[in-house]
Design a protein around this ligand. Structure first.
Ligand SMILES: [Zn+2]
Length: 254
């Protein structure tokens, strides 16, 4: 579930069940304090729902000339980059993934939808190079088709003050080793969209541990949709590898 403040429309975070991208409304701390002080606040859950509907409609049409307009609308609501990414684009993509899985959306329609979200994301994300040492390096697991998830996480965590580098492409093993040596991340994460990619990530982590030795990085994590299906059995991970279920777990690991 995607949680928003019903009063100021700020994005609060995600909550279980993670495999349900529906919106739910709560109250943020500043609004809670205002209510306690007896200040008048008006709950209105409609603006974010309306914006989300607009995103879904625009993405289905795949008209990339609408991406900038949607962002202008989001900014007018006071939404920050990480709120737009994690609170809007991520559940939209997730919903599209569910529709595709359930054969309610064709492959072509899903590509159009994803392309629209990627374009919007590209307008939001700024290219920045981080100097070593960084907090986290997120690597792509071979077999992953969608590359947007790790970049979402990177932007959202950067908004929370972490230095994160996310690599969209699948790297050769030697290049992974080289990048870890260059960026000196405290945490190395692998993104696993499908359960079948989890054993691949486990093998890569074992090889990285052997190649890099114990000093760096000091933590390996995995994340992604493979771990977000509450109903399904959780994929097994190796000892010492942590699963990050949502942004809060990433922030806690930092
Ligand atoms: Zn609020």
């Amino acid at each position: 579930m995607i949680r928003w403040c019903a009063y100021c429309q700020s994005f609060l975070g995600e909550s279980r069940p993670y495999d349900n991208p529906a919106f739910t409304h709560g109250i943020c701390e500043p609004c809670g304090t205002k209510l306690e002080r007896g200040e008048s606040l008006k709950a209105d859950t409609e603006p974010v729902r309306a914006l989300f509907r607009r995103i879904i409609t625009s993405a289905k049409l795949g008209d990339e000339s609408t991406c900038a307009d949607v962002l202008v609308e989001a900014r007018a609501l006071g939404l920050r980059n990480d709120s737009i990414l994690v609170g809007m684009l991520q559940p939209a993509l997730y919903q599209a993934g569910l529709d595709w899985q359930g054969a309610r959306m064709s492959v072509a329609a899903e590509h159009r939808f994803t392309g629209w979200c990627e374009h919007t994301f590209g307008l939001l994300a700024q290219v920045r190079r981080r100097a070593a040492p960084i907090d986290m390096l997120i690597l792509q697991t071979p077999g992953n088709v969608h590359t947007v998830g790790p970049r979402f996480v990177a932007v959202a965590l950067e908004a929370r003050g972490m230095s994160v580098e996310a690599v969209g492409a699948v790297l050769r093993f030697d290049d992974m080793v080289g990048l870890v040596r260059k960026l000196e991340p405290r945490i190395v994460g692998f993104s696993c969209a499908l359960p079948g990619t989890v054993p691949v990530a486990m093998e890569l982590i074992a090889r990285l541990r052997a190649a890099l030795g114990p000093e760096l990085p000091n933590q390996y994590v995995v994340s992604g949709y493979a771990f977000r299906h509450d109903a399904a059995a959780q994929p097994r991970v190796s000892p010492g590898v942590e699963v990050m279920y949502d942004l809060e777990s990433f922030a806690a690991a930092a």
